[in-house]
Design a protein around this ligand. Structure first.
Ligand SMILES: [Zn+2]
Length: 466
């Protein structure tokens, strides 16, 4: 097992990963809200744990991943007191029940994630099935003096948790509820956040609780589901940079407030995807769904290729020009892999190939440096290696990259005997026996196989027959 270094948002530095159970890494990832389609910016966020798992497994670790499905129509936090319930809005617009809405968009999310080769998580807990766990957790927080109830609503008392603000580097006096929403005057501190909300009017999803009918806050959902499935201590928590505050700051205060000790060892956050410089957001309506990329004629994995060019923590600008470039580069790479694999020249150059392999492993072990890994792919393309070695390296690395490098456009089969002639010609060229190489090219041409010589060796094409 190669050791990894990962950037931990909590400590603001790269730290060596030390799994609680040697060789096995347990990960909780904030998942989608399912009252709308996810956009490619969301997919970039979900690609982080996918790349993390693929890299860990490549380096010899076992992984277990939980991704929650938010099927409760929580309000976004800054409008929590006045905003509309998104599930209710969708239900009204689409004349469906919240359950139907959630099932439909959960399905759409799974399809979109699969389009960009995000592997399925091991567990997809639904928030609506964990309401009793959330109520238990809230009761514990009240009993321990971290929460208080006023009129059927329960707030977290941030003053009771002195390290509140450590994850997001917010100080308590800077923590305001947001200037737009009115602050509930019953709150002890304006930064206190909702754990349980008394049901107002116009709510479709309401549950009974010790504090009356209501519904849970969004943050308590992730504390309850992560600890229910992974225990009260696990390795890595992932999310988007926009989850750090308030969502993860609140989750940390809830989980640690309830257990009295550290729950998450490493917090990892993915950078946002920007469209024309601004954040892609459901509410802004400026978003692309993965299926729209397909409608526009792009391979959806071109988006993945594009995402791999940037460090996961940095912001990434999304444009159709950038996507078109990634689409071309990806197709060209697949054709090369198919060419190399078909050429079947003398075995791999073990020594050089091993050096590339070591560098690839070092890149992904360095806080998932995929841009460095992609630079290595480009280096291998130009390298002085046999075609067999190049094909082997790139196919192996595709376990992490997830670009379907083996999926080239279908090509015609070589006629019988042609592969042996191509291999003989490769050797003749290596020995600078140009007379033999020309003779073999003529023999191949007579069989309908056109051979051209390139800087990377010979390429062949089977002529179409009438
Ligand atoms: Zn979450």
């Amino acid at each position: 097992m190669t050791s990894l270094r990962l950037y931990n948002t909590l400590t603001r530095q790269k730290e060596e990963l030390r799994p609680l159970q040697p060789g096995a890494v347990r990960i909780y990832s904030c998942g989608p809200t399912v009252y709308r389609y996810v956009h490619v910016g969301n997919l970039r966020t979900f690609m982080l744990p996918d790349l993390l798992r693929r890299s860990l497994e490549y380096l010899g670790y076992h992984t277990e991943q939980v991704m929650n499905i938010t099927d409760v129509g929580h309000l976004t936090d800054d409008t929590f007191d006045r905003g509309e319930d998104k599930m209710l809005v969708s239900a009204r617009l689409e004349s469906k029940s919240p359950e139907e809405i959630a099932a439909y968009y959960t399905d759409a999310f799974m399809q979109d994630a699969a389009l960009v080769n995000i592997r399925a998580a091991d567990h997809y807990p639904r928030a609506t099935r964990y309401i009793p766990k959330m109520i238990d957790l809230i009761s514990i927080l009240i009993a321990k003096g971290h929460a208080y109830e006023v009129g059927g609503t329960v707030y977290y008392d941030i003053a009771s948790f002195p390290s509140y603000g450590r994850l997001s580097r917010n100080t308590t006096d800077k923590l305001l509820t947001g200037s737009r929403g009115e602050v509930d005057p019953r709150k002890r501190h304006p930064g206190d956040f909702t754990l349980w909300k008394a049901a107002g009017e116009h709510r479709l999803q309401v549950w009974p609780s010790p504090w009356g009918d209501g519904f849970p806050g969004w943050h308590i959902e992730c504390s309850a589901m992560s600890m229910s499935l992974l225990g009260d201590r696990f390795d890595i928590h992932t999310g988007g940079a926009d989850n750090v505050f308030p969502h993860h700051e609140a989750e940390l205060a809830q989980s640690e407030g309830a257990t009295g000790r550290r729950v998450v060892n490493y917090w990892m956050h993915g950078g946002l995807l920007l469209l024309a410089g601004s954040r892609m957001a459901k509410s802004a309506g400026n978003f692309f769904r993965a299926t729209e990329l397909v409608d526009q004629g792009f391979d959806p994995l071109a988006f993945r290729y594009l995402a791999l060019q940037a460090k996961y923590r940095t912001k990434l600008n999304f444009s159709t020009e950038g996507l078109a470039g990634a689409d071309r580069a990806l197709k060209q790479l697949r054709e090369r892999v198919a060419d190399w694999a078909a050429r079947g020249d003398a075995g791999p150059d073990a020594h050089e190939a091993e050096a590339y392999e070591a560098r690839f492993r070092a890149a992904i072990a360095d806080d998932l440096d995929l841009p460095a890994a992609m630079a290595l792919v480009a280096e291998v393309v130009r390298a002085d290696l046999t075609a067999t070695a190049k094909a082997q390296l790139l196919r192996r690395w595709d376990a992490v990259l997830g670009l379907d490098l083996d999926r080239a456009a279908p090509r015609r089969e070589l006629p019988g005997g042609a592969a042996a002639l191509l291999a003989a010609r490769d050797k003749a060229r290596a020995a600078k026996d140009f007379q033999a190489s020309d003779r073999l090219r003529d023999e191949l041409a007579a069989m309908g196989v056109a051979v051209t010589d390139t800087a990377e060796g010979q390429r062949w094409r089977v002529a179409s027959r009438k």
